[in-house]
Ligand binder design. Structure first.
Ligand SMILES: C[S@@+](CC[C@H](N)C(=O)[O-])C[C@H]1O[C@@H](n2cnc3c(N)ncnc32)[C@H](O)[C@@H]1O
Length: 443
């Protein structure tokens, strides 16, 4: 574009024609893209330009001239500054269609096979649904939540997606251990973040105090006040980094882990192990993945990026053998214990980077005929895609928390596999994130 048609502080009346990746409204001024925070598709708005780059601009809504029927009154005082939910101004059913459309747009833009993405599987009660919370502490010594796209801490009254118990615990800790709070400017003090994990089925709670040093706390009163706390752990993080947890844990109380139950299985969860944040929706993801894999008694399957072994253990009773691969050592230790806890005898967990460990497994002449992959947001590496293509699997299930890398990888897998279906599942209700289960079959 030769000349950018908008400048900071300009105002326009625009039609909102679509949604961006983070749920912002999209408008065009002389074909130049404007991301309008807080605007809904099909609304007409007066907007104020807040930032301009060479290829797009951001704007805020000054006035809604024609309102979408999906718009609802916000029910949280921290919205829209908080980065937890960016779709709280939209009726829940509407958020599900926005997520479906987001995946559909990527499919239409990228894949050969322009399949219709299935409806998003929603949650019956999308409130207080997260089993893991990380609460930062603001410079004025209040417990908070990170703002969207920044490290600013916003104090909150009541969060609609974290559990009420975890909110109470975090506020209690900050109130009672105020004097120990870390100051980013001076580097003095201890308490930096609080991570709380809850087993929704077992009601067990783990409190992880992230602190700038090894000083021990007396947690007696905390445990008395909240008897469901089964363990308190200090995580020592002295680095100036955005990564919340270090690998150094000191147990203050309990065993350093909790248990949760998913479906018919029990899982041990340690502080550094990955565990899906929405257990209600996770069961739906796992059951859908297993149903679509159409597992049979003679199948040899791989569960790549297996975490604490959840998917492999869910699949184990249908197949001959499961191999799970995971990079985090602590998660593999949990997986091995979970195997024993659930009396699973046909599963083997391997600690390693999928890129190399999967390759090594195949070179030992182990040939899975079905594989389930569930990589982190960055998706699959080239070697693993090459291996998955060379294997010619009967069925391949790709679970993803990032539709952009999912579709990027599906494009490469499309040479060998038909993409049969993609189903979004609302694991992160009211945020713009979405989980997907893609089903691939050998051509
Ligand atoms: C989205 S989680 C899925 C975990 C598990 N499937 C579940 O449902 O709980 C991705 C997992 O991949 C692991 N991971 C990340 N990079 C990896 C790599 N290069 N090789 C193996 N595992 C990796 C992470 O530690 C995490 O446990």
């Amino acid at each position: 574009m030769d000349k950018i048609p908008v400048r900071k502080n300009d105002e326009f009346i625009v039609d909102i024609i679509d949604y961006g990746a983070d749920g912002e409204g999209i408008a065009k001024v002389e074909n130049f893209t404007i991301f309008v925070i807080g605007a809904l598709k099909n609304e007409k708005c007066k907007i104020h330009i807040t930032k301009v780059t060479s290829s797009y601009a951001f704007a805020k809504v000054v006035e809604i001239i024609e309102k979408s029927p999906y718009r609802v009154e916000k029910d949280c005082e921290s919205f829209p500054r908080c980065g937890g939910c960016n779709l709280r101004h939209i009726e829940y059913e509407g958020t599900l269609e926005i997520k479906r459309q987001k995946v559909q747009n990527l499919v239409n833009r990228t894949l050969e096979d322009k399949i219709t993405v299935n409806k998003t599987i929603g949650m019956d009660k999308p409130i207080y649904y997260r089993n893991k919370a990380i609460y930062p502490i603001s410079s004025n010594k209040e417990v908070g939540i990170f703002a969207g796209r920044s490290h600013d801490v916003i104090p909150f009254k009541e969060c609609k997606i974290q559990t009420l118990e975890s909110q109470k615990i975090s506020k209690y800790i900050v109130e009672n251990w105020k004097d120990t709070i870390y100051d980013e400017k001076t580097g003095k003090g201890l308490l930096r973040n609080i991570m709380i994990r809850e087993g929704f089925a077992t009601k067990e709670i783990m409190v992880v105090i992230v602190q700038n040093g090894t000083k021990m706390y007396d947690a007696t009163n905390l445990i008395k006040q909240f008897p469901n706390i089964k363990t308190v752990v200090i995580n020592v993080n002295t680095k100036e980094t955005n990564v919340v947890l270090s690998r150094e844990n000191i147990i203050v109380y309990g065993d350093g882990y909790i248990y949760d139950k998913l479906g018919e299985y029990i899982f041990k969860i340690s502080p550094n192990s990955f565990y899906q944040v929405n257990p209600v929706q996770t069961e739906k993801i796992y059951n859908l993945a297993i149903e679509k894999a159409r597992l049979e008694k003679q199948d040899i399957i791989c569960d790549l990026y297996c975490g604490i072994g959840t998917i492999g253990i869910f699949a184990s009773k249908y197949v001959k053998k499961v191999y799970g691969i995971e990079i985090v050592e602590e998660a593999i230790k949990d997986a091995n214990e979970n195997e024993k806890l659930n009396k699973v005898e046909n599963i083997e967990f391997i600690n390693g980077d999928v890129e190399f460990a999967f390759d090594k497994l195949l070179k030992k002449n182990i040939k899975p005929n079905v594989t389930i992959v569930d990589p982190p947001r960055k998706g699959l590496d080239e070697k693993t895609i090459e291996n998955l293509c060379n294997l010619g699997l009967e069925r391949l299930i790709y679970i993803s928390c990032n539709p952009a890398t999912l579709v990027r990888d599906l494009k490469k897998l499309e040479f060998v596999y038909n993409i049969q279906e993609i189903t979004p599942i609302d694991n992160f209700c009211y945020s713009s994130h979405v989980e997907c289960v893609a089903v691939l079959k050998l051509k």
